[in-house]
Write a protein that binds this ligand. Sequence first.
Ligand code: NDP
Length: 615
Amino acid sequence: MPSRKFADGEVVMGRWPGSVLYYEVQVTSYDDVAHLYTVKYKDGTELALKESDIRSQSSFKHRKSQSSSSSPSRRSSSRSRSRSRSPGRPARGRRRSASQSREHKDDKKKAIIQETSLALPVLVLFKPSENNTKRYNGEPETTEKNDTSCIILEQKLKPDLEVKRVLEQYSLRSRKDDKKKEEIFSEKKTFVAVKPIEKVSTKTKELEFGGRIGTFMMMFLLPATVLYLLLMCKQDDPSLLNFPPLPALESFWEWKAFGIFVLWFLLQAVFYMLPIGKVVEGLPLSNGRRLQYRINGFYAFILTAAAVGVLLYLEFELHYLYDHFMQFAVSAAAFSLALSIYLYVRSLKAPEEELAPGGNSGYFIYDFFIGHELNPRIGSFDLKYFCELRPGLIGWVVINLAMLLAEMKIHNLSVPSLSMILVNSFQLLYVVDALWNEEAVLTTMDITHDGFGFMLAFGDLVWVPFVYSLQAFYLVGHPTTITWPIAAAITVLNCVGYYIFRSANSQKNNFRRNPADPKLANLKFIPTATGKGLLVTGWWGFVRHPNYLGDIIMALAWSLPCGFNHILPYFYVIYFVCLLVHREARDEHHCKQKYGLAWERYCQRVPYRIFPYIY
Ligand code: NDP
């Protein structure tokens, strides 16, 4: 067994996960079993790194001094050239045209190469400083002020100039006008050529959702909840304690329903594969690679609408969906279980670097539930990305439409009820918005952190279409009359929720895509050691998850048209508050790890998580 190379307390250079950034870190411990070093960054962030992601400070200096020589590694230029052409990197011209570099020649303490905008990879070399191992928890304010390498300052955003100023605060320097920096850059190329970037070992140590026992129970609890809700909804009196009688087992299954579900899935897969819509790149993976994704969800929706229109024109009974709703839900559940088994089996052969940071615990049940492989693909067909927004989300709209038609047929109406129109319209807006902004899903936790396993397969294919459509399903069996003024008030509520949800999400997405966007010039942010900023004004200065707030307001507006006779149609909003509170906690945890002290600062600045003055 190889012995450890770095001792506890040693100050070394640690690679920032998923990037080519090297920061000064201090080794705090070593895990003999996993062969991982726990290191502390200057901002207090603690991470577990492989030995291959750690370099001694002297080796950096040594390389630097050699950089202009024709070292063997530098001669293998093809690799370094291909990396520098990687789409995650800026175009050469852009790098060279940067006129920002002349200003910072006096900075002797740090040398940082900035290759492009704040969000792109940079190579960072810090000189050792006397005290850089603060914890972000319980750290006295005073020590922070001494640490010039991670000063957290608010910064007004203005294009170029302001980005430059932020870089300046970090002592980020362009390599163009500085010979030294050229050397360091060639050193970086040298490093890249010597060894391709390796993934930080991502054994999942902190188990979520109650760990193995919790996830095991959820695998039964989730399908049971769907069953319970659908059976309740069919009852004349769906009061909570009025448990529905369990139908005969064979009535849960119908091959025709299963066949239709599979056809639906395949149809959406065909739409997904159509070569229409732009192709974009996802966030960099831990090995620095970026996957490509086709953005054509909205086209898929239009094509689906046309297909449903043709079916209705041919007098196909969409009502069938309502009559066999339970069988469809069971079919979708069976399909998602089969898909999860396939996903887990194939994940066993996946290389370590393709496993999900969240679903690599080594425990079968846990990894099966969370998802072991991060981005399972068959060729270029990305299974998780496809399932996130297509079969389930578009299916939800079709189910809602089927409920609307069922209501008209069963109650002999010439037009749907006002309640049904509201529920259908609000949820249609939500789905269309998600598909229109499909690209935004690429930065969500589901895509970047969780693997594709039972949780997402069941969530996407069963939970979303069959539970989120509960209000429409409820209204078919429990007609509810609302007046126009009430309908208007609920519509206003939905619009307010949508406005908060959309503008908060757009603000963050635009900021992440281009922090120097002139449209965001009035926003302030806290820079972080990763190069990304944290917005502290605008929606993200109001609460820490304004998008969740908007989402929850909309959820309430979807339930209100069902009146107050039963709590059942409010299941969605109650569940959604729990989901988002839990999700917010997960996200906080990840952000704390990512941003360390800067995140602490952000939380001090913006104390409320979702509900202002409440939570
Ligand atoms: P969010 O869109 O809320 O993104 C969270 C990430 O945003 C953080 O990890 C961080 O990532 C970044 N961030 C946090 N604070 C700031 C800040 N101050 N400034 C800039 N960036 C910041 O994540 P979700 O995936 O949870 O949600 C996406 C949308 O989907 C939401 O609108 C949510 O309501 C909705 N949703 C809907 C569900 C449904 O079932 N209907 C289920 C779950 C979510 P980084 O810094 O790495 O960029």
